[in-house]
Design a protein around this ligand. Structure first.
Ligand SMILES: [Mn+2]
Length: 237
């Protein structure tokens, strides 16, 4: 079985909420372990992640240990970064064995061509300002530059504050109209051989025709399963 989950936002909320979310996520990871061949983490797994050359954010040890345990036992874990955790370095790969991508990727899974993308940053064509901001945010050079001049505690407190306010601005969307830009993006996608699209980002679990939106982990669990027949099922608890 191939599993997909996104938008866990580990580290968001007060300490109690943070711990409860992580417990729920790790419990789920353990529950899929016996059947998982591949696990896709489709972005915003961490509410804020900024990695220095030799320093990573505190916390998340249960999650990281469980993911390392899974890759050690031969499960392929793939992470596509989201808008909250795009500043990853090599730590998750070297320490936890995670295969990391910072851009949407097309995978052929059980003979099916599937585009997996967090879902941010898809409609920037013809929007120079957004394109520029995006380039700055995703620049590896700038990340390394900032990591040399800004103390980790300062950067992390700023980042956690920024993540909190950005998430609040987008929180608790239930209106399905928020899905439309990504539905349009999928419809207009140039490579017509793509058979299915999997997105996170919108925080609304939903499935329509060729698209699966993974939802979020604010209260319960939300994920998708791709079985050996190529059918994709969305599950929430
Ligand atoms: Mn998110």
């Amino acid at each position: 079985m191939i599993y997909f989950a996104s938008d866990i936002h580990l580290g968001s909320g007060d300490r109690q909420t943070q711990r409860a979310t992580e417990q729920r996520f790790v419990k789920w990871l353990k529950s899929i372990e016996p059947t998982a061949e591949v696990l896709f983490l489709v972005g915003d797994i961490f509410d804020f992640w900024f990695e220095y050359n030799r320093v990573v954010p505190k916390g998340f040890v249960r999650t990281l240990a469980q993911l390392a345990h899974m890759t050690d036992s031969g499960i392929r874990v793939v992470m596509i970064t989201g808008n909250h955790d795009m500043w990853v370095g090599d730590y998750l790969t070297t320490e936890c064995g995670i295969e990391l991508y910072t851009k949407p990727q097309i995978f052929t899974l059980v003979g099916k061509k599937i585009l997996v993308s967090h879902g941010d940053n898809t409609n920037i064509k013809g929007q120079p300002l957004l394109k520029l901001i995006n380039a700055i945010f995703r620049s590896k050079t700038l990340r390394v530059f900032f990591s040399w001049i800004i103390h980790p505690d300062l950067f992390l407190s700023f980042g956690q504050w920024w993540s909190g306010s950005s998430r609040k601005a987008h929180k608790m969307q239930t209106d399905l109209r928020y899905l439309n830009p990504l539905i349009e993006y999928a419809k207009g996608y140039e490579d017509k051989s793509v058979e299915h699209f999997i997105f996170g980002h919108i925080h609304i679990p939903h499935q329509c025709e060729k698209i699966t939106f993974l939802g979020n982990w604010a209260d319960g669990c939300s994920w998708a399963e791709l079985d050996s027949n190529g059918s994709i099922e969305l599950k929430t608890t």
